[in-house]
Design a protein around this ligand. Structure first.
Ligand SMILES: [Ca+2]
Ligand SMILES: [Ca+2]
Ligand SMILES: [Ca+2]
Length: 173
């Protein structure tokens, strides 16, 4: 099966639309942010604040760039325009990837254990089987750990609107 950037766009929209009302709104991003924060209870206040800030940035960027009719919410049709100007999302995606991957490594040894990875990804809204397949794709070491770096780069690729072949395609059902 070929997974396109468009397939991934659809999945990302579905994840961000936390209350499933067909629109992305500020409340969706706030809800996802607090869900993720809840499973990251071993992380420092600074790391959690960075994650909250990155979700705020997601919403402000999405609203600024994609809310074409300025009604304060972003429909799927509006959202698909993100593939037309991916460079506008680079900074947002990068800071989100930094903040999320950091939450996976509360002890700062550069490695992420599978249970925490899974908890964070389920909090974002991915399904358990897909999350497991992705962790395996990242080639965990003998202690079933992956590096923060490999996950961070995987997030950047996944949320990049136009990249066709990325590790995160495992997350498209
Ligand atoms: Ca919504
Ligand atoms: Ca709108
Ligand atoms: Ca660690």
């Amino acid at each position: 099966m070929t997974v396109t950037a468009e397939d991934r766009t659809r999945v990302v929209f579905g994840l961000f639309d936390v209350d499933h009302n067909g629109y992305l709104e500020e409340s969706d991003f706030a809800a996802m942010s607090s869900r993720v924060e809840q499973v990251a209870d071993g992380s420092s206040p600074e790391a959690k604040a960075a994650l909250r800030a990155s979700f705020d940035k997601w919403w402000t960027t999405v609203e600024r760039e994609l809310d074409a009719n300025r009604d304060g919410k972003v429909s799927y049709d509006e959202f698909t325009a993100c593939v037309l100007s991916p460079e506008k999302f680079d900074e947002t995606v990068t800071s989100f990837a930094d903040a999320l991957s950091e939450l996976g490594d509360p002890d700062r040894d550069g490695l992420i254990e599978r249970p925490l990875f899974t908890a964070l990804m389920l909090a974002i809204g991915f399904s358990p089987a897909n999350v497991d397949a992705l962790f395996d794709f990242f080639q965990p070491n003998g202690e079933d750990r992956i590096t923060v770096r490999v996950w961070r780069d995987g997030i950047v690729e996944y949320y990049h609107p136009t990249k066709p072949d990325v590790a995160g395609n495992y997350l498209v059902p």
